[in-house]
Design a protein around this ligand. Structure first.
Ligand code: APR
Length: 346
């Protein structure tokens, strides 16, 4: 997945380059800088001394030494001074310059911490927005997997208003529905084997299976078609539907998979195999990229054998965004992340 937001210790991430939130002297410090220097070992200190410091907004690389990465890219974020001292441009430059350097070093995967969002005091919400904007802009023109590593949950509270709107929607559509379901069950105290029509009778397993499995009989459908005939005229597949929708929306393939935060290689697999079975987050990522309505999204999910369910928090959250016509996949992922759900595009 091109942009992957993960909660982890950045020193544990295996990738080509890890970005360090350093200081102008590149002399090591606390926070993520301290953690990286400890994990990489003394050789990193020596390599940094040779670099002669680094201006704010720029980036310089060393080897990874004992870290599980080939390179460490040291960038220096701005110290927050209230927002009128060029902080946004300098922070954006940190991400841009680090990514350019990673591309020059032929890195295919890069992990960033939230630069400036700790000791340098940059407001976390705004720092996150700049990080996501710069990384997604870069990924429009480069094939790379980028991890944005969020250490503390507080860092990732997207927009508080958005989170509270989604919470309200979940409360209405998820919690209540479960509450009602539990309390209005027709058989509140029965176990499944006691419920009429739910199987588990005293019929031996083999017989029960034959009884309940129409495929085991001579199969002819109501309209007299044989199984072979039915299999010959399957409906449009997920892959076919996706390609048709891309054309109908006047998008290029690349525009679509990039907007869906889907890896080019995965898209090629889907394109070349009409029977490709995608995961549910992948289908939903495409539905978001194509800005499908809720009904169209349900159709697309059905093609891949899925449905949207109000018993599932992930589904309710995605439904909230589709119903409200909000199709920014990174905004959705920020909210999914806040609710501990898997993200779209995986
Ligand atoms: N993995 C991932 N993220 C981490 C880790 C870690 N091991 N440790 C800290 N963080 C997070 C912090 O929670 C914060 O959100 O990294 C973000 C950046 O915080 P800082 O490390 O304080 O970086 P920054 O705000 O850019 O300040 C840089 O601090 O350590 C010094 O030498 C450094 O002077 C420089 C300044």
């Amino acid at each position: 997945m091109p942009l992957n937001i993960v909660r982890n210790d950045i020193t544990k991430i295996h990738c080509d380059a890890v970005v360090n939130a350093a200081n102008n002297g590149l002399v090591g410090g606390g926070g993520v800088d301290g953690a990286i220097h400890r994990a990489a070992g003394n050789e990193l200190d020596k390599a940094c001394q040779k670099l002669g410091g680094c201006p704010t907004g720029q980036a310089k690389a060393t080897k990874g030494f004992r870290m599980p990465c080939r390179y460490i890219i040291h960038t220096v974020g701005p110290v927050w001074q209230g927002g009128n001292a060029g902080e946004p441009a300098l922070l954006a430059s940190c991400y841009r310059e680090s990514l350019r350097l990673a591309a020059r070093l032929k890195c295919e995967s890069v992990a960033f911490p939230m630069i400036s969002a700790g000791a340098y005091g940059y407001p976390k919400e705004e720092a996150l927005q700049i990080a996501v904007n710069e990384i997604t802009q870069f990924l429009l023109h480069h094939d790379m997997t980028v991890y944005l590593v969020v250490y503390d949950r507080e860092c990732f509270q997207a927009s508080r208003k958005l989170i509270s709107d989604v919470k309200e929607y979940i409360d209405e559509h998820y919690v209540n529905e479960h509450f009602v379901a539990r309390n209005t069950s027709a058989f509140p105290t029965l176990r499944s084997e006691e419920m009429p029509g739910l199987g588990m009778s005293s019929v031996p397993a083999g017989k029960a299976a034959r009884k309940s499995t129409p495929m085991m009989q001579e199969v002819t459908a109501d309209d007299g078609m044989s199984l072979d005939e039915m299999l010959c005229c399957l409906d449009e597949s997920f892959s076919q539907m996706l390609l048709r929708k891309i054309d109908e929306k006047g998008m290029s393939d690349a525009q679509c998979y990039k907007k869906a935060n889907i890896d080019r290689k995965l898209f090629s697999k889907i394109r070349s195999n009409i029977h490709y079975k995608p995961s549910k987050p992948t289908v939903l990522a495409f539905a978001i990229a194509l800005e499908l309505s809720l009904d169209e999204t349900k159709d697309m999910l059905m093609k891949a054998g899925f449905a949207l369910s109000h018993s599932n928090k992930f589904d309710v959250i995605v439904e909230y965004f589709i119903k409200n016509g909000r199709y920014d996949i990174f905004e959705i992922n920020e909210v999914l992340f806040s609710f501990d759900q898997v993200m779209l595009g995986a």
